[in-house]
Design a protein around this ligand. Structure first.
Ligand code: NAP
Length: 466
């Protein structure tokens, strides 16, 4: 056993690691270090808790650590970058399950030993059960949708919202009954757990697969709140602090994503939008307009003589896994004296930071990545805006067409560049399912094909330019 003061000091150290780590995650240059610092904080918190509480035998603790760490390491190494959102969803689900199990175990322990729980503990147990269970099944549904085990389309039926409201009120009523009843009765406890598990499923099925990243970020926030509640139940300060940090950062991230997509959180949760790329809103047709196609050798000449190129990566780049070729192309342009910068839209791709992670994989230097606000004024001076697998984030309809579902969403000013080259497979729409006038702009040249193939051709052609 450690002295109580030492435990508190070590918990404080862990909490400081979390806070500084989280702050450092805010920039690609410090993110790796921030992640390690937070991990170190978590290790301190776990070890101190296990040693302090003498909860179970050291053999069991060691076995748990080895099995858990090995599984975590394997998952982190095996997961493809494009499958990261579903892995995060699964891990959130585990967080919810832990809160549910700890809250449930505390409740059952008190019931079986006849111990009277304090009112605040009883209330936080009920909250742990509700939020933990909703997080668990909601995250599993999010995982299944992203992994395509379930349809990515919104699954909904008349009266679903009313059913959800009725379920929530029933759970709330049962929880209050359980807290206020002095007798040892267990059925409300089991009913709260079961109904909350059902509620988690029903809350997430009506949300389209492509909106899942926002939902996952929100569920991440729930798992934090559930952990904080559990922290109150077992009176563990570091759990309260870390849960509160996860809860608040998750909700802030959800808000940032919604703002960048020009959607409200209510619209994401209840709007049944974007069922895996289907058309939405008042998509305008581009009938009568023509696109100008370009060959790889012509595009390569244009890039070879450009003084300033701004690359706009999007979801298609991640699909094609062509990040290393982008880097190679940029190196070749730079060798010829051109400047290459990357414009990163906050919701490019399908998860927060998707493009940053993708380009970091190809060792693109961080100082070449620019946020939307920092780069948008630079397009007017750029010779070429090279759009690779991006669509919605460069759609001028966001500025000009009040009827467009993306109207009001801030976009990258690719159309302000002197010329635009777009790499995509065909005239397919993006996540919002709408036409993009940029592709019909007389300044735009379309290089059709999978981004990997097109970039391979551009790299070899540019090498051939004298
Ligand atoms: P996007 O609008 O979804 O467009 C991607 C484009 O890539 C498609 O038009 C597709 O056209 C092309 N493409 C697909 N595979 C390709 C390949 N192998 N090679 C070349 N091109 C390929 O992507 P975005 O501009 O990155 O915008 C992201 C969208 O997702 C936004 O609407 C955003 O609101 C939404 N969203 C983002 C997040 C997030 O956290 N980042 C979360 C949820 C939703 P072709 O089929 O013609 O090739």
């Amino acid at each position: 056993m450690m002295s109580a003061a030492l435990v508190e000091v070590l918990y404080l150290v862990a909490a400081v690691c979390f806070i500084i780590g989280l702050k450092r995650l805010g920039s690609p240059a410090t993110a790796v270090n921030g992640n390690r610092l937070s991990g170190a904080g978590m290790l301190i918190a776990i070890v101190v808790t296990l040693v302090d509480r003498s909860i179970v035998s050291y053999t069991v603790i060691a076995a748990g650590l080895v099995v858990g760490s090995a599984l975590g390491l394997w998952m982190a190494k095996a997961v493809r970058m494009t499958a990261m959102p579903q892995m995060v969803a699964l891990l959130n689900g585990f967080g919810g399950a832990s809160s549910l199990l700890v809250g449930g175990a505390e409740f059952l322990r008190s019931e079986l030993t006849g111990q009277q729980l304090a009112l605040d503990t009883s209330i936080t147990i009920q909250l742990s059960l509700l939020i933990g269970a909703v997080t668990l099944t909601g995250s599993l549904v999010a995982y299944a949708k992203l992994q395509e085990l379930l349809s990515g389309r919104p699954i909904t039926f008349p009266g679903l919202q009313a059913l959800n409201a009725a379920l929530f009120l029933t759970i709330a009523g049962l929880s209050v009954y359980q807290v206020l009843t002095p007798d040892s009765i267990l059925w409300p406890f089991y009913a709260v757990c079961a109904l909350s598990l059902v509620l988690g499923v029903l809350l997430v099925i009506p949300i389209g697969g492509a909106d899942m990243p926002v939902v996952i970020s929100l569920l991440n926030s729930y798992s934090g709140i559930a952990a904080a509640m559990t922290g109150f139940v077992i009176r563990n300060d570091v759990l309260i602090i870390s849960g509160a940090l996860v809860g608040s950062s998750g909700i802030i991230l959800s808000q940032i994503m919604c703002k960048a997509m020009n959607r409200s959180l209510t619209n994401v949760l209840f709007g049944a939008f974007g069922g895996g790329g289907g058309a939405a809103g008042t998509a305008r047709s581009a009938e009568g307009l023509t696109v100008r196609q370009v060959t790889a050798d012509d595009a390569a000449v244009q890039l070879a003589y450009a003084r300033s190129v701004i690359v706009i990566p999007g979801y298609g780049l991640a699909v094609a896994q062509a990040q290393h070729l982008v880097r190679e192309l940029a190196d070749l342009i730079e060798k010829r004296g051109g400047e290459v910068r990357y414009a990163i839209h906050p919701v490019a791709g399908r998860m927060p930071g998707h493009m940053n992670v993708l380009l970091a994989e190809a060792n693109v230097p961080y100082d070449k990545l620019f946020d939307m606000d920092a780069i948008n004024g630079e397009f007017e001076r750029a010779d070429v805006a090279l759009v690779i697998g991006a669509n919605d984030v460069v759609n001028p309809a966001a500025r000009t067409d009040p009827g467009s579902p993306i109207y009001g969403m801030p976009i990258l000013n690719a159309d302000h560049a002197r010329s635009i080259i777009v790499l995509k497979r065909g005239m397919g729409s993006g996540f919002a399912g709408i036409e993009n006038d940029l592709f019909y702009d007389p300044k735009t040249a379309m290089l059709f094909g999978d981004a990997k193939g097109s970039l391979t051709a551009l790299v070899s052609e540019i090498k051939a330019v004298a």
